[in-house]
Every structure is written in structure tokens, then in C-alpha cells.
Design a protein around this ligand. Structure first.
Ligand code: HPA
Length: 308
């Protein structure tokens, strides 16, 4: 069996792990959600809004990594949010914990295998845009991957997606418009901007924040981008929102602790929860209509170009 140069696990074995985890989940409930949610920092309260039918600790799922961060619980909730069937991943995995990019993204592969076509993601991030304040929310319009890692490295599984997936619009335009409308209706301030992904776990130096701002970042964080890359690879549309947990202005930088980060996330939690809940309900009601997405659009043409 061919072994990937990037990992001791062959891509065939990885695929079998994904299928086995999906099968184990399928066996637990007849519910077949098309909506997935990654509950990062700041979305713990959303879990309480879900009418949970099945609650599975990650330890009970074959091949799921175990979360090592205390502020992230590791469980899959299956139930209804605003009446809409959802899978909610409560707890995610980070590269800084020592997981490989493939391990970090296994839950997203599993949800897409189960039929999820829309993914709502939340995360905590440091705000570099001077208009942002601690406790604000920012919807991602784009990202910059500075993690030096990519979950698609290694042999490609053609059934999952193309070798060279398009990234011209990683965050679905129709979903962004929906979230923007919902935030307006609810009277919640929602910035829009670019997320830079770094590995962490240390926060950045002043010089690094200055650099990340200069290259076009509005916020910086340690998650989300691997999951988005895998979701887009499998044709899943994504909406992602950051909670700004600290102000990263290089000329006025204050030391920050994890307690500060969690306190800011807790402050923003009710607004983020409300946006996500209403967005989920609207998606369940058929709004927005799925955007003509990646596979048949410009991505395909770019693909041809690369293959030529
Ligand atoms: N940098 C990186 N990740 C973060 C930050 C930060 O300042 N704040 C919350 N997550």
C-alpha cells in the first residue's frame, strides 16, 4: 500500500477512518442533518439552544482525536437548532496541540461524508484592525493561511474533491449576506474582514502583529482555516464568525491571559449565539438558496488549466 510522504498513515487508511467514524454516527440516529456547526470559543451557549437527541463523547467515536484544551469539550451533539437538524462539534482540535492537519480536520471530513453541505464555524481571534474592540464579532470574508501546513497535502482522494480546489470564495457569499441581514435585524454589530491563521500556541509579538496587519489581516487566530480548506475541498459551504478576544495594536499592546480571552468570549457569546441560531433557522427554511458553487464554476476551469 502506498504511504503518503507527509504522514505514516496512508490516505486509504485515513479514508477508512473517516468512513468508520461516519458509520458509527449513522448507527446512532436516523436524523440526517445537512447543517454542521463547529462550536469554538464563544459558542458554548449555543449548545444549550440545541434540542439534543444524541450526545456522543468523542472518545466513543472511532478515530476521533481527544481534545486536550480544557475550554473545549469533546462531544458531538446531534439534534435540532431552531427546529433544524444539526450536527454540532463541541470542541475542536488545533495544530498547536500536536495534531496533524489531517487529524484536526477529520471531524469535518466525517460530517461531509454524512451529508453535511453547510458548516457554521466560530472561533476566538485577536483583533488587529483598529476599528475592532474586545468582545466584537467579525464575519470572515477571506483568510490567509500562515500555518505552514495544509490538510490536503498528500495523495488526493478524488471522491472527496479536486487536487487543486478553488479558494476564490472560501466563505459563501449568500450565507454572508444572510448573516449580515440577521445581524442588522437583531441590532448586533458584525464586522467583516480577513482572518490570518497561525499555529500558536503563543500569542504574537508586536512586530508580528504589525506584519500580519500589513499583509491584510484584520484578525489572527489559531484554528478554522484547516477546517475551511477541507470543507471547501468537499464542496461544503462555510460561514465563519470570530469573537475578538483581545486588541492586538502593536503600539499599545497589553499582556493578555487565557482568562482575559475567555472573559471576552463569554461577553460576546449571547450575540454570536443569536446570530447563529437565527441563521440556522433561516437555512432550515430554505434561505439562502444554495449558491452556484465551486464544482461547476471558475474552479473547474482553473482545474483544467492546471491539468493542462
Ligand atoms: N493571536 C492568535 N490567536 C488568538 C489571539 C491572538 O492575539 N487571540 C485569540 N486567539
Amino acid at each position: 500500500m502506498a504511504v503518503s510522504p507527509s504522514s505514516p498513515l496512508s490516505v486509504d487508511a485515513y479514508r477508512q477512518q473517516v468512513d468508520a467514524a461516519a458509520e458509527a454516527i449513522r448507527a446512532r440516529t436516523p436524523l440526517q442533518p445537512r447543517l454542521g456547526i463547529i462550536l469554538g470559543t464563544g459558542l458554548g451557549a449555543l449548545a444549550r439552544e440545541i434540542d439534543v437527541e444524541v450526545d456522543v463523547p468523542y472518545d466513543d467515536l472511532p478515530h476521533f482525536p481527544i481534545s486536550t484544551v480544557e475550554s473545549h469539550h469533546g462531544r458531538l451533539l446531534i439534534g435540532r437548532l431552531g427546529g433544524v437538524p444539526v450536527y454540532a462539534l463541541q470542541g475542536r482540535f488545533h495544530l498547536y496541540e500536536g495534531y496533524t492537519p489531517r487529524e484536526v480536520t477529520l471531524p469535518v471530513r466525517v460530517l461531509a461524508t454524512l451529508g453535511v453541505d453547510t458548516l457554521l464555524i466560530s472561533n476566538a481571534a485577536g483583533g488587529m484592525n483598529p476599528h475592532y474592540r474586545r468582545g466584537d464579532l467579525m464575519m470572515l470574508t477571506d483568510h490567509i493561511n500562515l500555518q505552514g501546513a495544509n490538510p490536503l497535502v498528500g495523495p488526493n482522494v478524488e471522491d472527496w474533491g479536486p487536487r487543486f480546489p478553488d479558494m476564490s470564495e472560501p466563505y459563501d457569499v449568500a450565507l454572508r449576506h444572510l448573516a449580515e441581514r440577521v445581524a442588522l435585524e437583531q441590532g448586533i454589530k458584525l464586522h467583516q474582514g480577513v482572518y490570518v491563521a497561525v499555529v500558536g500556541p503563543n500569542l504574537e509579538t508586536r512586530a508580528e502583529y504589525r506584519f500580519l496587519r500589513m499583509i491584510g489581516g484584520d484578525v489572527v487566530g489559531m484554528s478554522t482555516v484547516p477546517e475551511v480548506i477541507v470543507a471547501r475541498h468537499m464542496g461544503v459551504r462555510v460561514l465563519a464568525i470570530s469573537v475578538i478576544t483581545d486588541e492586538c495594536f502593536p503600539d499599545a499592546l497589553e499582556p493578555i491571559s487565557i482568562e482575559d480571552v475567555l472573559a471576552a468570549a463569554a461577553r460576546a457569546e449571547p450575540d454570536l449565539t443569536r446570530i447563529m441560531k437565527v441563521v440556522a433557522a433561516r437555512i432550515g427554511a430554505g434561505d439562502p438558496v444554495p449558491t452556484a458553487g465551486s464544482p461547476a464554476g471558475p474552479a473547474e476551469r482553473r482545474q483544467d488549466h492546471l491539468d493542462a
